[in-house]
Design a binder for this molecule. Structure first.
Ligand SMILES: [Zn+2]
Length: 218
């Protein structure tokens, strides 16, 4: 059945490079090389009412049309394979933009459960796994848990977004993060509200330091 669905989807959406339309891959090596990666300049976000800041590393500049196409294809077409290529961009970025201290634990930003079921995969988890694998950092996809379902962010202004996700995350097993330096992975950061609320959950559970890693600041 799965093979049949893959076959149908290959008829509807033939696999081709998002950049140059070369066949049989979502991002060819040549196009991958044209993505300009940022240098190591963490963007700091602070949850309101907190003294702590999360340092978010942004791998590439969102103004690049190829990058925008990659991210929207990944988000709306459910292309799991593209997640590995985007994960490779994060890995390349971390290797060239040296400066990140050793990481104890990697966690993806969780999706709300209803949306996760609808999409059937967490895009951030695929990115997080790729990064963890490349640097031999442990990855815990179940580390953060949403309190309950929140409405999708689309269409909300910055302040409403912050309210929408406030205190939305907690750590499933606080002992697993106590004293640790945690790297949170997501595809895109916009207002930073989701990442800072994840960080707030991690700090509340005793994490020593929280970093964020995203592909772009959209
Ligand atoms: Zn290409």
């Amino acid at each position: 059945m799965k093979k049949f669905i893959e076959f149908l989807s290959s008829l509807l959406f033939p696999i081709q490079c998002v950049g140059c339309r070369a066949a049989d891959q979502w991002l060819c090596a040549r196009c991958a090389q044209t993505v300009r990666l940022n240098s190591f300049e963490p963007v700091r976000f602070r949850p309101s009412g907190s003294q702590l800041t999360i340092k978010v590393l942004v791998a590439a500049d969102y103004s690049q049309p190829l990058l925008q196409r990659l991210l929207s294809t990944y988000k709306y077409r459910f292309v799991v394979d593209l997640g590995d290529r985007l994960g490779d961009l994060l890995v390349d970025f971390l290797k060239t933009a040296k400066g990140l201290p050793a990481i104890d634990l990697v966690a993806p930003v969780p999706l709300a459960s209803r949306r996760l079921r609808w999409r059937s995969f967490n895009q951030s988890e695929i990115l997080a796994r790729r990064v963890g694998q490349a640097f031999s950092w442990p990855v815990d996809p179940g580390l953060l848990v949403r309190h309950h379902y929140r409405h999708p962010q689309v269409g909300l202004d910055a302040q409403r977004r912050r309210q929408n996700v406030r205190h939305a995350f907690r750590v499933a097993d606080p002992a697993s993060v106590r004293g640790k330096r945690v790297l949170l992975v997501d595809d895109v950061v916009t207002t930073g509200s989701t990442l800072t609320e994840c960080a707030a959950g991690l700090w509340a559970a005793g994490a020593r330091e929280v970093w964020g890693l995203v592909i772009a600041h959209g």
